[in-house]
Design a protein around this ligand. Structure first.
Ligand SMILES: Nc1nc2c(c(=O)[nH]1)N[C@H]1C(S)=C(S)[C@@H](COP(=O)(O)OP(=O)(O)OC[C@H]3O[C@@H](n4cnc5c(=O)[nH]c(N)nc54)[C@H](O)[C@@H]3O)O[C@H]1N2
Ligand SMILES: Nc1nc2c(c(=O)[nH]1)N[C@H]1C(S)=C(S)[C@@H](COP(=O)(O)OP(=O)(O)OC[C@H]3O[C@@H](n4cnc5c(=O)[nH]c(N)nc54)[C@H](O)[C@@H]3O)O[C@H]1N2
Ligand SMILES: [Mo]
Length: 828
C-alpha cells in the first residue's frame, strides 16, 4: 500500500481486501497541516466526525493550543481508522478568520457587535413579552442535526416544559424524518434495526436512493474492501445518476424520479409471485401480509417499467437477486426520503425485509439511514417533532412518565396535538402566530425549499429571529440577535450515528473570542428565564456536558434508546458503543429485533401510526385492533404520480443533492481549501441525449428555472438519465459580493431557489428531489469547464477533455494498514 495518497484525487484511499465474515482490517488515515510532523504533536484528543452520519472516530492533533490535524482511530467499530476527505480536511474551517467572536444585535436595521449580557437580555426580554402577550405558542425553536445529545436534551426540556411550546423541530425534518417515520410505521418505534457490521456479512447489498460512495465514504470503503476480498457481495443500486455505487452494481435501476414506490411494488410483486417469502417469519412476527400481497398483485415489472422508465427485465433481475439473497442488507436515503410518497416507499423496503425474514441476523438488516451526524439524538432527545425517549405523545402514560422525570405536571408538556413540524413552523411564522424563532445550527436561508419565500418570512418586521451559529451565514443576516457558538473540537459532548453507535467527542482547543458551546447558551437562557419544576426547584439542574448526559440517561431508562449503561468514562475507554446499553446489554446492542419485535406493543409503541397516502393519524383503538400483540406491521401503499411533472414550459425533471467534497451549505467545507477547490461553484448535470438535443456542451452557462425561481450554473454532461437535471444544493451566498441572495448583480445559484414548498404526508419531509424546470443557454463556455468533480457521479460522459479532479501536494494523507497477519484474524 502506498504510504500516502492524494485524497481529493483518490477519495477512498487504497484497498485492504476484506473477506466475507472476516473482521474488517484496520487502515489508519492521518492528515497533518503543512510543516507538522507526528513527533511535534503535543496532544491527541479523542473525537468523532460530524460531517455525515457515520461518526468516524478520530483523534485531533493539538500543537500550542491549535488544531493541526486528525488521525483515524484504528480500534473503533465504525471506521477502523479510516477517514473520508471531509474528515481529513474539514477541521481547518474551525480556525477560519471570519468565525464570529462576539454576539451581534440589530441596531437601526444593522447588525452590530455586542456582548453576551446585551444579547441574552434582548432574547429573554422578548421571550417574556411574548409569553405575557401571546402565550407559549408564539415562540418556536428550529434546531439541528449537528449539535450534541446534551444540547438537544437541554433544549427539549426548556422548550417543552420551560416555555411550554409545541413548536420545536430540527432540520432533521429535511433529513431523516422519513427514516424515523418509516421505522415507526413498520416497527412501532424509531430505532435502527441494522448495524454497519452487516456489510461484513451480507451477500447482497441494496442501496435505495443512496449515494453512499459520496455521502458516507468510509462505509463505501468497507464495501470496496469487500468487493476486493473473497466472496464479494452483489450490489443493487436504485438511483437515476451514474454514481460510483451504480458503477459497481450488479444491477443499476435508474428510475424516473418520483417513481420509487412503483418500482418497489413491482419488486415485492415478483418476490411474492416467485414465493421467495419466509412464511414462518411472516406468521410469527408480522401483521398485514395479506393486504400487501393483494396490494401488489397487479404491480408487474411490465407495469412498473412504463411508470419508472426502467426495462422490465432489469426489474426482474433485481427481484431475482433480492429474492435469492442469503443475507440481504438494504440502505435507504434521500432519493427515497425527499421524494413524494417518501414514507410509503421507505416502508416497502422494510416490507421486503419482513417478508424475506431478513432481520436481526449478521448481514440481514435494514439501515433506514440518517444523514446528519447527530440527527439520531435530535430524534431521541425530542428536539424534533417527537417526545424524548421515543415516547408516544398520544399515550397519557408516556406523557405522565416524562412529567415525572422532569418533575412537572403532565399538563405542562404540550401534547394536545402532534409536535409542530418545521414546515408548519415556517408557515406559522409567515402568518404571524410565531413571533420569535430561535434557529440553532442550521442555515434555512439556503437549505429550505423555495428560498424567496424563506427570505421573506425571515425578513418580517414582526418576527424576532435569533441565530446561533459559527459564522455570519445567509440566515444570520436576517437575525435580530446572533449568538456565536463554539463547535466540534471546541466543546465536549456525545452523539449517536446512524447505526446507534454513541461516541464521545472532546474539546481539543478553545473557541475563538467569546464564542460559547451551545449547551452553555441554552443553560444560560434557562437560568435567566428561571424555569422551575413543580416543587419550585430549578427545572434544569445540570451544569455541564457530563451532568446533562447523566440527566438524559434517566430520561432514556427503559425506552428503546436506553443509555443507562453508558458513562463518559466507558465511552473514553471503549470508543463507539451501540445503544441500547443497559443492565442486560452492558456492552451495547449490535442489532435490534434479533428475537422478535420488541417495541410495537400498544403500551410501548412510539406512535399509533398513520395512513401512508394521506398522513391521517390512526387512533389507539385502530392500533390495538390491528396489532394487539405488537408485531411488525406490513403496510401496503398504492403508487401515485408526483405532484409536479414536466410540461411544455418546464420540460425537464429537476433533482438536487450532494457532492463528495462538500457538506450542506459549505460553512465548513467551503472554508477548507482542498475541499473548496475540488468543487468551488454550482453546476448543472444533464444527459448526453439532452445536451445533443439542445446543442449544449460542457461548460456552457445555463439558467435552470422552475415556477419558484431560477439559478445559473455551468453544464456538466454526464450519464444521468435523459430528461433529468441535477443541481448540487451546497451553494449559498456567504462568499459572494451581495452576501444575501439573488439581486440585480448576483443571479441565483442556490438549488433551493427552484424547489417546491411541499412535503410527504406522513413524515412531513420536504420534496427536494422532484420538481419540473426549464433550461436556457445564458452564455457559451468559451473554454470554461463545469466546476464539478470528475471522481464522482458528476464524472463527464464521453471524451470531453475535462481535466481530472486532483488535490495536489496539500491533499496528501498518510494511510497505514494493519499487518496482514492481524487482518486475516478470526471469524466474527
Ligand atoms: N459529501 C457529503 N456527505 C454527506 C452530506 C453532504 O452534504 N455531503 N450530508 C449528509 C446528510 S445530512 C445526508 S441527509 C446524507 C444524504 O445522502 P444521500 O441520500 O446519499 O445524498 P443525496 O445526494 O441527497 O441523494 C442521494 C441520491 O438520490 C438520487 N435521487 C434523486 N432523486 C431520486 C429518486 O426519485 N429516486 C431515487 N431512487 N433516487 C433519487 C440522486 O441521484 C442522489 O445520487 O448525506 C450525508 N453525508
Ligand atoms: N435542494 C436541497 N435542499 C436540501 C437537501 C437536498 O438534498 N437538496 N438536503 C436537506 C438535508 S438532508 C439537510 S440535513 C439540510 C442541511 O441544511 P442545514 O442544516 O441548513 O445546512 P448546514 O450547512 O449543515 O447548516 C448548519 C449550520 O450550523 C452551523 N454549525 C456547525 N456546527 C455548529 C455548532 O456546533 N453549533 C452551532 N450553533 N452551529 C453550528 C454551520 O455553520 C451552519 O451554518 O439541507 C436540506 N436541504
Ligand atoms: Mo440530511
Amino acid at each position: 500500500m502506498e504510504p500516502s495518497v492524494d485524497r481529493i484525487r483518490n477519495p477512498w484511499g487504497s484497498r485492504v481486501p476484506h473477506r466475507r465474515h472476516g473482521r474488517w482490517p484496520a487502515r489508519v488515515d492521518t492528515f497533518l497541516a503543512e510543516g507538522v510532523e507526528p513527533s511535534m504533536v503535543q496532544q491527541w484528543v479523542q473525537a468523532a466526525s460530524i460531517l455525515h452520519s457515520d461518526g468516524d472516530a478520530m483523534d485531533i492533533a493539538v500543537l500550542d493550543g491549535r488544531m493541526v490535524g486528525v488521525r483515524g482511530r484504528a480500534t473503533d467499530r465504525v471506521n477502523r481508522g479510516r477517514l473520508g476527505p471531509k474528515d481529513l480536511f474539514g477541521w481547518q474551517a474551525n480556525a477560519s478568520p471570519d468565525r464570529l467572536p462576539r454576539p451581534l444585535v440589530r441596531e437601526n436595521g444593522q447588525l452590530v457587535e455586542s456582548d453576551w449580557e446585551t444579547a441574552m437580555s434582548r432574547v429573554v426580554a422578548r421571550s417574556h413579552e411574548l409569553l405575557d402577550e401571546r402565550g407559549p405558542g408564539s415562540l418556536g425553536f428550529y434546531t439541528s442535526g449537528q449539535l450534541f445529545l446534551e444540547e438537544y436534551y437541554t433544549l427539549a426540556v426548556l422548550a417543552r416544559a420551560g416555555i411550554g411550546t409545541n413548536h420545536l423541530d430540527g432540520n432533521t425534518r429535511l433529513c431523516t424524518s422519513t427514516a424515523a417515520e418509516a421505522l415507526k410505521e413498520s416497527f412501532g418505534s424509531d430505532g435502527q434495526p441494522g448495524s454497519y457490521d452487516d456489510i461484513d456479512h451480507a451477500d447482497v447489498i441494496a442501496l435505495f436512493g443512496h449515494n453512499l460512495a459520496e455521502t458516507q465514504p468510509v462505509q463505501w470503503m468497507r464495501i470496496l474492501d469487500r468487493l476486493a476480498g473473497a466472496e464479494p457481495p452483489r450490489l443493487i443500486c436504485v438511483d437515476p445518476r451514474p454514481t460510483q455505487v451504480a458503477r459497481k452494481s450488479a444491477v443499476h435501476l435508474a428510475p424516473r424520479v418520483g417513481t420509487n414506490l412503483a418500482l418497489l411494488n413491482a419488486l415485492l410483486h415478483e418476490i411474492i409471485r416467485t414465493d421467495r417469502v419466509d412464511h414462518a417469519y411472516v406468521r410469527s412476527n408480522t401483521v398485514g401480509y395479506d393486504e400487501l400481497a393483494a396490494g401488489v398483485k397487479d404491480c408487474t415489472p411490465q407495469w412498473a417499467a412504463g411508470i419508472c422508465d426502467v426495462p422490465s427485465a432489469l426489474i426482474g433481475e433485481a427481484a431475482e437477486i433480492l429474492g435469492t439473497a442469503d443475507r440481504l442488507l438494504s440502505t435507504v436515503l434521500q432519493g427515497f426520503y425527499q421524494s413524494h410518497q417518501a414514507t410509503a416507499s421507505a416502508v416497502q423496503v422494510n416490507n421486503l425485509h419482513l417478508i424475506r425474514g431478513m432481520l436481526g441476523r449478521p448481514g440481514a438488516g435494514v439501515l433506514q439511514m440518517n444523514g446528519q451526524p447527530t440527527a439520531q439524538n435530535t430524534r431521541e432527545c425530542g428536539a424534533d417533532g417527537d417526545l424524548p425517549g421515543f415516547r408516544n405523545w398520544q399515550n397519557d402514560a408516556h406523557v405522565a412518565d416524562l412529567a415525572e422525570v422532569w418533575n412537572v405536571e403532565p399538563s405542562r408538556i404540550p401534547h394536545y396535538a402532534p409536535p409542530t413540524h418545521a414546515m408548519q413552523m415556517f408557515r406559522y411564522a409567515e402568518q404571524g402566530s410565531i413571533r420569535m424563532l430561535w434557529i440553532s445550527g442550521t442555515n434555512p436561508a439556503v437549505s429550505l425549499p423555495e428560498l424567496a419565500r424563506v427570505r421573506s418570512i425571515l425578513a418580517q418586521e414582526t418576527l424576532f429571529v435569533v441565530v446561533q451559529d459559527l459564522f455570519l451565514t445567509e440566515t444570520a443576516r436576517f437575525a435580530d440577535v446572533v449568538l456565536p457558538a463554539a463547535t466540534w473540537g471546541e466543546k465536549t459532548g456525545t452523539f449517536t450515528n446512524a447505526d446507534r453507535t454513541v461516541h464521545l467527542t472532546a474539546k481539543a482547543v478553545d473557541p475563538p473570542g467569546e464564542a460559547r458551546p451551545d449547551l452553555d447558551i441554552f443553560l444560560d437562557y434557562a437560568a435567566r428565564m428561571d424555569f422551575r419544576d413543580k416543587d419550585g426547584g430549578p427545572l434544569i439542574s445540570w451544569r455541564d456536558p457530563e451532568s446533562a448526559f447523566e440527566a438524559w440517561k434517566r430520561c432514556s431508562a427503559g425506552r428503546p434508546c436506553d443509555y443507562t449503561g453508558l458513562t463518559y468514562a466507558k465511552l473514553r475507554e471503549v470508543g463507539g458503543i451501540q445503544w441500547p446499553v443497559d443492565g442486560t446489554a452492558p456492552g451495547g446492542t449490535e442489532r435490534l429485533y434479533t428475537d422478535g419485535i420488541n417495541w410495537a406493543h400498544p403500551e410501548t409503541c412510539e406512535t399509533y401510526g398513520k395512513d401512508l397516502i394521506t398522513g391521517a393519524a390512526d387512533s389507539e383503538t385502530d392500533y390495538r385492533a390491528h396489532n394487539p400483540d405488537g408485531k411488525a406491521m406490513i403496510k401496503a401503499a398504492e403508487y401515485l404520480p408526483a405532484h409536479e411533472t414536466p410540461d411544455e414550459r418546464y420540460p425537464f425533471q429537476l433533482t438536487t443533492g450532494r457532492t463528495l467534497y462538500h457538506f450542506h451549505t459549505r460553512t465548513k467545507t467551503g472554508r477548507a481549501p482542498q475541499l473548496n477547490n475540488a468543487a468551488p461553484e454550482v453546476w448543472v448535470e444533464m444527459s448526453q441525449t439532452d445536451a445533443a438535443g439542445h446543442q449544449l456542451h460542457e461548460g456552457d452557462l445555463v439558467e435552470v428555472r422552475s415556477p419558484r425561481g431560477a439559478l445559473r450554473g455551468r453544464v456538466r454532461v454526464t450519464g444521468i438519465r435523459p430528461g433529468l437535471l441535477f443541481v448540487p444544493f451546497h451553494y449559498g451566498y456567504w462568499d459572494t459580493p451581495s452576501g444575501s441572495g439573488p439581486d440585480a448583480t448576483t443571479p441565483g445559484r442556490a438549488a433551493n431557489e427552484s424547489t417546491i414548498t411541499d412535503w410527504d404526508p406522513a413524515s412531513k419531509q420536504p420534496l427536494f428531489k422532484t420538481a419540473a424546470a426549464s433550461l436556457t443557454l445564458v452564455e457559451r463556455s468559451g473554454g470554461e469547464r463545469a466546476p464539478a468533480p470528475t471522481t464522482t457521479a458528476s464524472a463527464p460522459a464521453g471524451a470531453t477533455g475535462v481535466p481530472p479532479t486532483v488535490g495536489g501536494t496539500d491533499a496528501y494523507a498518510s494511510q497505514e494498514a494493519e499487518p496482514a497477519g492481524d487482518a486475516a484474524g478470526g471469524e466474527r
